[in-house]
Design a protein around this ligand. Structure first.
Ligand code: 2AM
Ligand code: CA
Ligand code: CA
Ligand code: CA
Length: 263
């Protein structure tokens, strides 16, 4: 059993190696499959990247469990023990169509408590990372605490789907919020939208449908800069299923939940 710092250094090393493999894959032909619907995509590179992590983790830490989006890890019914939560490519549609705006997300939890998390913007070679309690970093630079921001000066990350007719939320709930903020942006990669809130490029990010591998690393990072992540109605996250998500600074969290979502 290695110590936590060693696990973290290995996590960083494997993530950077996986990123290099993905950059090299741009020279090769992609195989694209669909999952739950015609727009829900996965490639051979998503699958190979998840398997790359599983091989390394199992070889170094045979007792650890792995939760990965593409299903090559363990079937988990609890978060007991050490659990690595991995999204091998977050933003697969961007990866396929744009060859940018995607990331690798890796987090380690112990008995349900986040120990470290990293989000790697592969194309820009930018690693956002944090060990709980030690602050968040972008490559070698510390990321400062989030400032106070007023709603009418805030930039909100949100997919347009959630303000049109959809099956997860009435379109009338988030439309007033969209009108109140200074502007909205949509990047199509939840883990990057999380770290944009961490670095203050966005002031809040909302999604109606994220899974643990989409937010496990980001949840650790946001707390290191004094931010907060909950479900859209302000409750704590479920790490064994899908969630709505609101990630923001402390000043905007209360306003968004109380004056818009629960109003
Ligand atoms: P993915 O690329 O790893 O699938 C797209 O707006 C963002 O939502 C991406 O981060 C995407 O992650 C995530 N997402 C979560 N669940 C999804 C789903 N069922 N279909 C499409 N994107 C999903
Ligand atoms: Ca996916
Ligand atoms: Ca994802
Ligand atoms: Ca993914």
């Amino acid at each position: 059993m290695g110590d936590l710092n060693e696990m973290y250094r290995n996590g960083v090393k494997w993530t950077r190696e996986a990123g290099k493999r993905i950059r090299d894959s741009f020279q090769t032909k992609l195989t694209i499959h669909t999952k739950s619907n015609a727009d829900d995509l996965v490639t051979n590179i998503d699958r190979e990247t998840e398997q790359f992590f599983i091989q390394h983790i199992k070889a170094s830490y045979p007792t650890h469990k792995i939760m990965g989006e593409e299903g090559f890890g363990d079937k988990l019914e609890s978060l007991q023990g050490f659990v690595w939560i991995i999204d091998p490519i977050d933003g697969t549609m961007n990866f396929i169509h744009q060859q940018r705006n995607f990331a690798i997300s890796v987090a380690l939890y112990e008995d349900g408590v986040g120990k470290f998390g990293m989000v790697y913007d592969v194309v820009h070679d930018e690693l956002y990372h944090a060990i709980r309690g030690n602050g968040a970093f972008l490559n070698d630079d510390p990321i400062p605490e989030l400032p106070f921001v007023e709603l009418n000066k805030a930039i909100l990350g949100i997919n347009a789907t959630w303000v049109t007719d959809n099956k997860r939320i009435d379109s009338s709930i988030l439309a007033p919020l969209v009108k109140s903020v200074r502007g909205t942006r949509s990047y199509g990669a939840a883990t990057l939208e999380f770290v944009y809130v961490v670095t203050g490029r966005l002031d809040a990010y909302i999604s109606m449908r994220l899974s643990p591998w989409d937010f496990a690393a980001g949840a650790i990072l946001i707390e290191e800069v004094g931010g907060i992540v909950t479900t859209l109605d302000g409750n704590s996250l479920n790490f064994l299923g899908e969630n709505t998500i609101l990630v923001t600074n402390k000043s905007l969290h209360k306003t968004i939940v109380e004056d818009y979502v629960l109003k």
